[in-house]
Design a protein around this ligand. Sequence first.
Ligand SMILES: C[S@@+](CC[C@H](N)C(=O)[O-])C[C@H]1O[C@@H](n2cnc3c(N)ncnc32)[C@H](O)[C@@H]1O
Length: 250
Amino acid sequence: MMIRAYSGPHIGSTEFFRNRALLQTVHDCIDRLGPTPPRVLIHAASIGAEAYSYVIERANRRPEAAEGCDATDISPDFHKAAGQAVYPVAVCRGMRSEEARYFEPAGKGQVRVAEAIRRRVRLLPPASYVEFETAERYDVVFLLNSLLYVDAAAQRRTLDRVARYNTRLLITTGFHPETIKTDLSENGYRPITTNLEAIHEGWTERRALRPGVTKPGVTCCSPYLPPFSPIADHEFKFGAIFSKDDCSTG
Ligand SMILES: C[S@@+](CC[C@H](N)C(=O)[O-])C[C@H]1O[C@@H](n2cnc3c(N)ncnc32)[C@H](O)[C@@H]1O
């Protein structure tokens, strides 16, 4: 179930386990990074569903490892909601039992993410990914469904910056299709094409939109996704998993 969150100019539409093909492929890549828990940062994490989904999947794959992640968003309101981790009970509809078991009744038709999962998400102060700086090195950085809120120059500045603190995998949906290949490849990223079409079609809500829908003053591109086809540079325009090394095989 999509959760529609709004705060001033910020649109935080999000969902637990939003794109199953993407999650399975990303977590398979992360499993191959090795036994050491990866350092993970989730930008544009909205009200937390993406970060908690990440940690729940890690907990199910490697129960012994206590893997976590850092997460942030530009909106202080979304950041606060992510910390509360309370959602309508309907978010659990369609979840697998091994996922739903991490949600506890919170009264008034709501559920709360279990403490064992909440404590594995470290919420960093609200921040824009365009200006974000850190002394940490993150094996994996997520920046999903958000670069449409910045212009092409800011997308480039963001990806230049991310490349400084991201060492292995970047999970991102590029916008500004005329520059996304250059923005990524000049920063040393190459697409991982495993399940490319399934991942593209897995953005079901964006695939169902009408072409050209934009919000003046809020979005710089449309969130609409055309049907998958092998157009020029489709691995960059439609892909979501980019690697600085070869973790696509094995
Ligand atoms: C459509 S939601 C996507 C949420 C989540 N990543 C997902 O894929 O379900 C877009 C999010 O990007 C955030 N955002 C927009 N501009 C941002 C910026 N410059 N820096 C950080 N977050 C930003 C919004 O506050 C919102 O939470």
